[in-house]
Design a protein around this ligand. Structure first.
Ligand code: IPM
Ligand code: MG
Length: 371
């Protein structure tokens, strides 16, 4: 099959990890005889540097007409440390989400057996955890009215949600729960926020359409605690934009490294796939960043295109990289591989799965990955 894929490498480690994910997608095209037409586009701090706009019109146009978008990361310390900056890299990503209507952000969190010891949390607590966070992505406080008083002494960020915005993502989350362990937890702050009460009312009303799903509710402060006390109690979490942003970073600790967490942002027409780890500027250009989250995002991209068997091949290859310890330094500080070596290994597993007779000595000598 033929698909148009826009690649937005972005900032920091974005280009390095995206290069690996693209390499993996190219391996999939030759193994399964598909055709992916890749087009690179600018967004973020690099786009501000080049043309003064974090989301160039060209990029937006390109994204609109693509079947899927593979995105790296956004952000640069020179903006993070400057609250007065009028143009910020993140505006590019937020505008892209809004313009493409990518209202549903899906973030799977899994405790990989091989990485249990990597988490600062106790093994018996996290073992077996398998959660998917459904984060609303185009509403709430991120996109509300923003104001700063003339004397700059009072700032305001408004948060609003319409029933329709809640319904469309809630349907998707209920359906996801139906295909999993049939439990949906709505995380909100309904004891304080009006918007949260609207979420509860709306989601409760929809629940009757999904009688096989057990719906429960949790306040976000409690959810932040329960996520690391009893992560296995969660199946699908549904929540608003800001809470989802915070909880998904927290949940990444369960996975052993934020470098393992992939995500999909889907709307009614377009879809974007990105690792959740951000631009990690300290690692930029060092070839040390973990490419697995980006590679797993590529697997989510394939699933979105209906290429499930192909996506599964990537997931199996990632599993192998963990089993054989072909991972970057965030996962193993003593014995580790560079970003591109990990990518090479995944490509090798996909291209020649039958030859998967890994010679550890060779790998560690960096001579070859598979014999
Ligand atoms: C994320 C990021 C973004 C967000 C930033 C880069 C704007 O943290 O995707 O989680 O807050 O949504
Ligand atoms: Mg975030």
């Amino acid at each position: 099959m033929k698909f148009k894929i826009t690649v937005i490498p972005g900032d920091g480690i974005g280009p390095e990890v995206t290069t690996q994910a693209r390499k993996v997608l190219e391996a999939i095209t030759s193994t399964f005889d598909h055709e992916f037409i890749f087009t690179e586009a600018l967004m973020g701090a690099c786009a501000i540097d080049k043309i003064g706009n974090p989301l160039p019109d060209e990029t937006l146009k390109q994204c609109v007409k693509s079947d899927a978008i593979l995105f790296g990361a956004i952000g640069d310390p020179k903006y993070d440390n400057d609250p007065t900056a009028e143009v910020r890299p993140e505006q590019g990503l937020l505008k892209l989400r809004k313009q493409l209507g990518l209202f549903c952000n899906i973030r799977p969190v899994k405790a990989y057996q091989e990485l249990l010891h990597n988490s600062p949390l106790k093994q018996q607590i996290i073992e077996g955890t398998d959660i998917v966070i459904y984060r609303e992505l185009t509403g709430g406080i991120y996109f509300g009215i923003k104001e700063l008083s003339e004397d700059k002494q009072i700032a305001f960020d408004g948060c609003s949600y319409a029933v329709e915005e809640i319904e469309r993502i809630a349907h998707l989350a209920f359906k996801e729960a139906q295909s999993r362990r049939k439990k949906l937890t709505l995380v909100d702050k309904a004891n304080v926020l009006e918007t949260s009460r609207l979420w509860r009312k709306t989601v409760t009303r929809l629940a009757s359409k999904y009688p096989d799903v057990k719906l429960d509710f949790m306040f976000v402060d409690n959810a932040a605690m329960q996520l690391i006390l009893n992560p296995k109690d969660f199946d699908v979490i549904l929540t608003e934009n800001l809470f989802g942003d915070i909880l998904s970073d927290e949940a990444s600790v369960i996975g052993g490294s934020i470098g393992m967490l992939a995500s999909a942002s889907v709307g009614s027409k377009n879809a974007l796939f990105e690792p959740i780890h951000g631009s990690f500027p300290q690692a930029k250009g060092k070839n040390i960043a973990n490419p697995l989250a980006s590679i797993l995002s590529a697997a989510m991209l394939l699933n979105h295109l209906g290429l499930h068997k192909e996506a599964r091949e990537i997931e199996i290859a990632v599993q192998k990289s963990l089993e054989f310890g072909i991972t970057t330094q965030d996962i193993n500080s003593e014995k580790n591989f560079s970003t591109d070596k990990v990518g090479d290994f995944i490509v090798d597993v996909i291209s020649s799965p039958k030859d998967l007779n890994v010679n550890f000595d060779n790998i560690h000598l960096g001579q070859s990955t598979i014999i």
